[in-house]
Design a protein around this ligand. Structure first.
Ligand code: CA
Length: 511
């Protein structure tokens, strides 16, 4: 409706009796309108895989710099207590999409059945509300993506080099490095989309997932430095139970030759292989000649692991920078919510480990920085407990779409505005299922508050652990049987029971 016809329409209406009822048929001025342009914000949800917050400079990393990820933090809010509800790849993704716990959305672990794509997800609801939706990069849910106008995803874990991607059901092979290629696709989609519709882009990196293959640009980065070791690299798990002792995810014993780059990837082009060999062969020859053993060998493995992990992150940071630059150049930055997170945290030699799964801090915590100039104060920090469960409700809220009652997460919008509601959660519920399986982390559920964490490893063993995170942030001592904490144990047990009821979790041994 043009301005003139709208005026004529209003004029005619003013002559009509009972015009209040007639007014309700007027097209709303602030919804889509004739041009389709709206004030509804665009959403770019960036998720990497296994990127721990202690490998981001805005979180005080002692081992690397992430200038582009820090741009998001500096322009918006950084969360210090952002957690996942089940610390493993595919289940985390299902929680993000549905806003529901694993026992409700059905994707409880990586290995069993595929994600049921028939169910409600937030991209589907946004799509229905007129958003243009896209999913580009790592998907890992086995079923095809649903709720997206465009999708282009890696099959399963995908390859770091020369990956195949599945574009709307069609397999295509690319030459190059996966982090660059995923970004190329994301930028291509952003530039080619319908500019008259708001959009939601899920831009998901494979990096820095195991086995941490760096891109050609960063193969020798950090060669001239020695990374500081975590203080508990040689943790012997005294003062803790069988779960920590019986896992299979140590740098010392679990890492293989391909993780440690003692063998080269098999799918490199001759040019890529030349660069790879030039970077690794001299270091590997020196290592073999030195014939180191015991703690020195673990130290060497840690250095090799952490440097490759951080090299992968350097490419993620560069590529996120390309997207941020495009948003600035195109003027989209002003009306675009941009979030950077990872599907969960990771052990960077902490407790002698790599991998995730446990409810302990390093893998429970997700990095989360969110920028939206219209509502979020630059450089702000929140200590509130937020979850991957909350993304669906948050994005629907920003888009003006009613949040369905069956979504279990909460909108973080007020928290992001710096106005946390008094009723905001003060505890979170966690449940991990993948056992028996790779890495041998026993099934457990638990509750975490700002200060304490109670965990129940309920199958195979029946053991409880309590940590006082204020006195023991590294979780080196289970204080469950310390009489000084008897009241805390009682309180947290009741809270755990309450949360299991609230979220309708009847899986696992009752509390
Ligand atoms: Ca992951």
């Amino acid at each position: 409706m043009t301005k003139q016809t709208r005026r004529d329409f209003l004029k005619r209406l003013s002559h009509m009796a009972g015009s209040a009822a007639a007014l309700s048929i007027l097209p709303s001025c602030n919804s889509v309108g004739q041009t389709g342009k709206t004030d509804r914000p665009n959403i770019i949800y960036i998720m990497s895989d296994d990127h721990a917050s202690h490998a981001m400079s805005c979180y005080g990393s002692k081992i690397n710099k992430t200038p582009n990820l820090d741009r998001i933090a500096n322009g918006g809010m950084r969360f210090t207590n952002s957690f996942c509800t089940n610390s493993i790849c595919a289940p985390c993704r299902a929680v993000v999409l549905t806003g529901k716990y694993s026992h409700i959305n059905g994707k409880i672990d990586n290995s069993r059945k595929a994600f049921d794509g028939e169910q409600q997800t937030f991209p589907k609801l946004l799509q229905k509300a007129g958003y243009q939706t896209a999913m580009i990069g790592k998907w890992h849910l086995r079923s095809d993506p649903t709720g997206f106008d465009y999708w282009n995803v890696l099959p399963g874990q995908g390859s770091y080099y020369n990956p195949v991607m599945i574009e709307m059901g069609e397999n295509k092979k690319y030459t190059g490095y996966v982090t660059d290629i995923i970004t190329d696709h994301a930028l291509k989609w952003l530039k080619g989309r319908d500019p008259n519709k708001p959009f939601c882009l899920m831009y998901h990196h494979k990096a820095p997932h195991r086995n941490w293959q760096p891109g050609p640009k960063y193969l020798t980065m950090y060669d001239d430095v020695t990374m500081p070791e975590p203080d508990n690299l040689f943790d012997d798990y005294t003062n803790r139970g069988r779960a920590a002792k019986e896992q299979d995810m140590t740098i010392a014993k679990t890492m293989n030759d391909s993780d440690l780059k003692l063998t080269a990837p098999r799918n490199l082009t001759p040019e890529q292989k030349k660069l790879w060999d030039a970077a690794y062969n001299p270091k590997n020859e020196a290592f073999k000649k030195a014939n180191i053993q015991g703690k020195e060998l673990v130290r060497w493995k840690y250095q090799r692991y952490i440097k490759d992990y951080l090299r992968c992150i350097a490419s993620v940071d560069d590529n996120v920078g390309r997207v941020l630059d495009y948003l600035d150049e195109s003027g989209l930055a002003k009306n675009t919510i941009i979030a950077y997170t990872s599907d969960q945290g990771f052990y960077l030699g902490d407790h002698g480990w790599f991998d995730k799964r446990f409810m302990y801090e390093e893998s429970l915590r997700m990095p989360l920085v969110v920028r939206y100039p219209k509502e979020i104060k630059p450089g702000s920090v929140s200590d509130d407990i937020v979850l991957n469960l909350d993304f669906a409700a948050t994005f629907l809220d920003y888009a003006g779409v009613p949040v369905p009652d069956d979504i279990q997460g909460e909108s973080m919008r007020a928290v992001l505005r710096g106005k946390t509601p008094k009723s905001w959660r003060t505890s979170m519920y966690y449940h991990y299922y993948e056992y028996p399986a790779v890495h041998s982390v026993k099934r457990h559920y638990g509750v975490r508050t700002q200060r304490y964490k109670l965990i129940h490893f309920y199958n195979d063993i029946d053991e409880w652990e309590l940590y006082d995170l204020k006195k023991d942030p590294r979780e080196m001592k289970n204080v469950l049987n310390d009489p000084a904490y008897a009241n805390i144990v009682t309180e947290l047990t009741a809270e755990l029971k309450r949360l299991r009821k609230k979220y309708k979790d009847t899986t696992g041994t009752p509390v």
